[in-house]
Design a protein. Structure first.
Length: 264
C-alpha cells in the first residue's frame, strides 16, 4: 500500500498544473504601454496607451480618452488601469473594436476638474482647466494630429472624479467629441445647450452618497430641456458609488459608443 501511494504521489507531480487565466487588470497592464507627456511649461502627465492589436497601414482608428477616479491618482503610471480601462484590453473587445485608448494619470492632490464632488448642487465650469486637464488637452491636440486617429471618432469616458473630468472636457470642447460616457460624476447644467447635440450615456448609482445621484439626474434633465435627444441615463437603484462595475459591463455600451461618429 505505501508503494502504491508513493507511486500515485509521484504521478501527480508529473501532471502539469493548469495555468490560471490572467486577471483583467494584469491583461490591461501588459496591453497598455507607458508614456509621459511633457507640457509646454515643463509639467508632466504620465499616461498609458492601448493601440490596435493589428493596425492596418493607412487606416484611421477611434481614440478613447479614459479618466480614472480619485483613488487611482499618483505618479506610478499604473493605478489608473484599475477600474474601467481593463474593458478595452479584453481580447474579444480588441478584436471587435480596434482603437487607441489614452489613459492619463492625475497626480495626488489634483483633480481633473477643481470642484467639490460632494456638493449636491451643480457647479459652474472653472474659467481655466485644472493643471492635469490642461496637460491632457495638450496631449489630445497632439494625438489628433496623428494620421492613425479618426478625427470623427473621439470618445471620452470616466468614473467618479473622471466622471467630473468627462463633463468638464466635453463642456470645454463640445464639438470635438463623437460621444461621452460620464459615470457617477457631475457637470455644469448651464452648459446643457452646447451639449444638446452630443450623444451622451450617463450612469449613476441610485444610492451614491459620495457623488450624489442628483448630479447626474440634473445633467440629464438639463440637456433634455435644452433640446437634447441623444442623451441616455441609466440609474442603478441599489448601487452606491461603484456604478462603474455595472456600467462598463453593459452589453450595449461599446456597440453604442463605437457606433457614434461626429458630423463634419
Amino acid at each position: 500500500m505505501p508503494n502504491r501511494l508513493t507511486a500515485l504521489f509521484l504521478l501527480c507531480l508529473l501532471v502539469p498544473l493548469r495555468a490560471e487565466e490572467p486577471s483583467a487588470a494584469f491583461t490591461a497592464f501588459t496591453a497598455f504601454t507607458a508614456f509621459t507627456h511633457k507640457g509646454k511649461d515643463g509639467a508632466t502627465l504620465p499616461y498609458r496607451l492601448l493601440a490596435p492589436e493589428k493596425p492596418e497601414a493607412g487606416k484611421r482608428y477611434p481614440l478613447v480618452i479614459f479618466l480614472h477616479g480619485s483613488g487611482e491618482r499618483g505618479t506610478d503610471n499604473q493605478k489608473q488601469l484599475k477600474h474601467g480601462a481593463p474593458l478595452f484590453a479584453k481580447p474579444e473587445v480588441r478584436a471587435k473594436f480596434p482603437c487607441f485608448v489614452l489613459a492619463p494619470q492625475c497626480p495626488d492632490g489634483k483633480k481633473w476638474c477643481e470642484v467639490d464632488w460632494g456638493d449636491p448642487k451643480p457647479h459652474q465650469t472653472p474659467a481655466q482647466p485644472s493643471v492635469p486637464m490642461g496637460l491632457l488637452l495638450e496631449l489630445i491636440d497632439e494625438f489628433r494630429q496623428r494620421p492613425s486617429i479618426d478625427q470623427a471618432r473621439l470618445y471620452v469616458t470616466g468614473l467618479s472624479m473622471g466622471g467630473f473630468g468627462t463633463w468638464d472636457l466635453i463642456t470645454r470642447r463640445p464639438g470635438q467629441f463623437a460621444a461621452a460616457v460620464p459615470v457617477c460624476g457631475g457637470g455644469d447644467v448651464t452648459a446643457a445647450q452646447v451639449l444638446a447635440k452630443l450623444p451622451i450615456w450617463i450612469f449613476h448609482g441610485g444610492n451614491d452618497t459620495v457623488v450624489k445621484t442628483v448630479r447626474s439626474r440634473l445633467m440629464n434633465d438639463a440637456i433634455k430641456s435644452a433640446g437634447g435627444t441623444q442623451v441616455k441615463y441609466t440609474e442603478y437603484p441599489d448601487v452606491g458609488h461603484d456604478a462603474w462595475t455595472p456600467a462598463y459591463n453593459e452589453a450595449e455600451l461599446l456597440p453604442w459608443l463605437f457606433g457614434q461618429r461626429r458630423a463634419n
